[in-house]
Design a protein around this ligand. Structure first.
Ligand code: ADP
Length: 737
């Protein structure tokens, strides 16, 4: 029993252990199941969230899609509006517009372009460019001016083959003009534009016609001016010439004043007419230059001498400083050069009340043997304010100021000067300080004339060794010193007569004294007298701006060896030095001049061809003291007849004459002389206004020409120069040229 009991107990214990184990296994399985259930539930939550997100993303994509669609619709509508606007615009412009594709087929064209073919043919899309050209040519839409339509077509198709197509103008029937502008587009399209330029062409034609009319009017104006000048000049020459002669007669003081006023007013009027004419000629581009060899230094001195009386009246000193190392002879138009110098120096004298006017010429030699000359005219006058400087070179322009108002003038001088210098290839400038003075200058390239005048190489040696120069003006002393030094003289400068006397008293010895006349303190004349009284025997030269007055004051001139006109011309100074070198130290008393024996031979025959009675009278009066036989011809034909019948030794030939003018008459005479060996000297008489015709006058065969108003001295010079050996000397004693 016990054993059974124990057995049972063991069985129960085993069963309890098994139960315990199964319980544990069940608990483990439960736990695992719970874990799985939890992870499954987590997965479900996760997937739900993913689904929700996917759903929301799908919803947002759907929204985007709708927006894109609406944008696309908007863009399409904008593009449609732009295209419509573009075509509306293209339809609105009056120019024709067409586009051809890469195969040159018409893609689109506006109405203006299509209207070109209207009435002839209806062009449709796809028509080729080539066909369009053919239609235009064959249907007479283009004026071909007799050209073959095929040629034209060929030319036009060749035209558009170029990358850059040149515009071309087509003339249409009815006088219309079309400008064709074609261009290749980037995508191979050909864009064509046609502009109706009929109005522009018409305007151009109108403008051309207006310009032609204006030019014709301008030519007529110039011709009128030239004619008028001749008409005014002829009587004016009579007035000036006659008053000139009148001034030579016995008159009361009042009468002399009146006659001289008539003469100077006449001369002033002639100057004004000349200025106006020159300017109108320059304006009409008809101003011609006639370059020839001339002596610039001499020309400058002549201008100075001309202005000397006006300068002297105011006590102005006129000075010339011509670069010693420059040649003096150049090639340029001497008349025009003289005009420029007269304008500049004349102004300087006019606008200067006291002090000096200095003309200076310097130059540099250029590589090609020509020179660049710098000519300056410096004065110590009223000056010009900076704001007026540019203005004064304009025509009819004068400085408007109280200090300037009292001066007369046309205001044309500087305008002409500038134009003339520019015509010669130079430039003009001015530097000025108001109240102190002005310096006008020009730069000009000039060729020296060959052969050069070698005045520096003395033919007669200058034996004088040392000179004393007395002048109160520094510039003058310096210029003279330089000139004398180039001739090998040693120079001592003195500022006054007192200083000169002091130097001489100090024992200094000189071979020559050059003294200015008008100096503060003691004059040059008084100095010469004092030097002679002191026993000085060497030559004394007086330099003066008024030789006549000085000679008058000097009486018999015993103290002086010579009187020279200031400014002194280098070549004259040189000649005087040569002459003084030849004077024997103690001159023997000069033998009395022999009585003039009665002249044998015939009278010189002078023919004057001049239609104007007053001018004839002036001429007759001018030569009345001459021993000549004078006859007049009233026109060219009479002149030729008289030349044949009377055989004059010299002919003065007016150029403007009725029936046959001076040129024609000269040509006729030269033609008749041809082959005979004869050559009668002919001197043309011209008005200044005709100076531009000098070439044609000389070409006619004249030997010289003189400009009016005539000067007695110029006529005398020509008569003396052409007097044949068998004739009696024509000029009275004391007037020999
Ligand atoms: P015009 O002398 O006949 O008046 P210009 O053309 O020669 O005419 O000169 C124009 C102006 O220039 C003159 O009126 C004067 O005002 C000014 N001018 C010319 N030269 C000088 C000078 N050397 N000094 C001062 N002013 C001058």
């Amino acid at each position: 029993m016990l054993e059974r009991l124990a057995k049972e107990r063991r069985a129960r214990l085993a069963a309890e252990r098994l139960l315990e184990q199964k319980k544990r296994e069940l608990q483990a399985a439960n736990q695992q199941l719970a874990f799985h259930a939890r992870s499954l539930s987590d997965q479900i939550v996760e997937q739900r969230q993913g689904l929700a997100q996917a759903l929301s993303e799908a919803a947002s994509l759907k929204g985007q899609n709708t927006r894109v669609l609406s944008d696309l619709e908007h863009a399409t509508s904008l593009a449609r509006i732009a295209q419509t606007r573009l075509w509306d615009a293209l339809e609105t412009v009056r120019d024709g517009f067409a586009v051809f594709d890469g195969d040159l087929r018409l893609v689109a064209a506006n109405r203006a372009w299509l209207s070109f073919f209207e009435g002839e043919i209806a062009l449709s899309q796809g028509v080729t460019y080539d066909a369009v050209l053919k239609i235009a040519a064959q249907h007479g839409l283009i004026e071909l001016d007799g050209r073959d339509p095929l040629d034209w077509h060929h030319e036009m198709t060749a035209r558009i083959r170029r990358a850059q197509i040149e515009p071309c103008v087509l003339r249409l029937p009815g006088g219309r003009h079309i400008n064709m502008i074609d261009r290749w587009g980037r995508d191979g399209d050909l864009v064509c534009l046609t502009q109706d330029i009929t109005a522009t062409i018409q305007r151009e034609a109108d403008l051309q016609e207006a310009r032609d009319k204006a030019e014709a009017a301008n030519r007529a104006k110039s011709a009128f001016l030239a004619n008028m000048s001749h008409e005014i000049r002829t009587p004016m020459n009579g007035v000036v010439g006659m008053s000139d002669l009148l001034c030579e007669t016995e008159m009361t003081e009042d009468q002399r004043l009146y006659a001289e006023t008539i003469r100077s007013s006449g001369e002033a009027l002639l100057t004004i007419i000349n200025d106006v004419l020159d300017y109108s000629r320059i304006e009409a581009e008809r101003m011609q230059l006639y370059p020839e060899p001339f002596d610039l230094e001499r020309c400058l001195h002549e201008v100075m001498l001309l202005l000397q009386p006006a300068a002297r009246e105011k006590g102005l000193k006129l000075l010339v400083d011509f670069d010693l190392f420059l040649p003096t002879r150049f090639i340029a138009d001497p008349g025009r050069m003289r005009q420029v110098l007269t304008n500049l120096i004349g102004n300087a004298v006019k606008f200067t009340a006291r002090g000096h006017v200095l003309a200076r010429v310097v130059g540099i030699e250029l590589a090609d043997d020509s020179y660049e000359l710098h000519v300056t005219v410096e004065d110590t006058g009223i000056g010009i304010a900076p704001e007026h400087v540019e203005h004064i070179f304009g025509q009819f322009n004068q400085v408007e100021s109280a200090s300037n108002r009292k001066f007369e003038g046309t205001g044309l001088g500087l305008a002409i000067t500038r134009q003339l210098i520019e015509l010669m290839g130079g430039t003009v400038w001015v530097d000025s300080v108001l109240g102190e003075g002005s310096c006008f200058g020009f730069r000009l390239p000039l060729t020296p004339a060959e052969p050069r005048e070698e005045i520096d190489k003395p033919s007669t040696p200058i034996r004088l060794k040392c000179a004393m120069v007395v002048d109160d003006l520094l510039i003058n002393r310096v210029i003279l010193e330089r000139q004398l030094e180039t001739y090998g003289l040693e120079v001592t400068l003195c500022r006054s007569a007192a200083e000169a006397l002091h130097v001489i008293e100090g024992g200094a010895q000189f071979d020559l004294v050059l003294t200015d006349h008008e100096m503060p303190g003691m004059s040059g004349l008084d100095l010469a007298q004092r030097l002679r009284e002191g026993g000085m025997r060497v030559p004394i030269l007086l330099l003066t701006s008024d030789p006549e007055a000085a000679q008058g004051a000097a009486g018999d001139g015993g103290d002086l060896s010579g009187v020279m006109q200031k400014p002194v011309l280098r070549s004259e100074l040189f000649r005087t030095l040569q002459d003084l070198s030849c004077i024997p130290p103690e001159p023997a008393a000069a033998p009395p001049p022999p009585e003039r024996p009665p002249e044998p031979g015939r009278q010189m025959r002078v023919l004057a061809a001049e239609d104007n009675r007053t001018n004839q009278l002036v001429f007759r009066k001018m030569v009345k003291e001459f021993d000549i036989a004078l006859d007049f011809a009233g026109n060219g034909r009479e002149a030729v007849a008289l030349w044949q019948g009377w055989q004059p030794d010299l002919i003065f030939m007016d150029i403007s004459m009725p029936e046959m003018d001076g040129r024609e008459a000269t040509r006729a005479i030269r033609a008749a002389e041809a082959g005979t060996g004869a050559h009668v000297p002919i001197v043309a008489l011209t008005a200044h206004a005709m100076a531009g015709d000098a070439e044609s006058i000389l070409a006619a065969g004249v030997d010289h020409y003189l400009t009016k108003p005539l000067k007695k001295s110029a006529i005398a010079e020509r008569i003396a120069a052409h007097c044949p050996p068998e004739a009696r000397p024509p000029l009275p004693a004391g007037m020999e040229a």
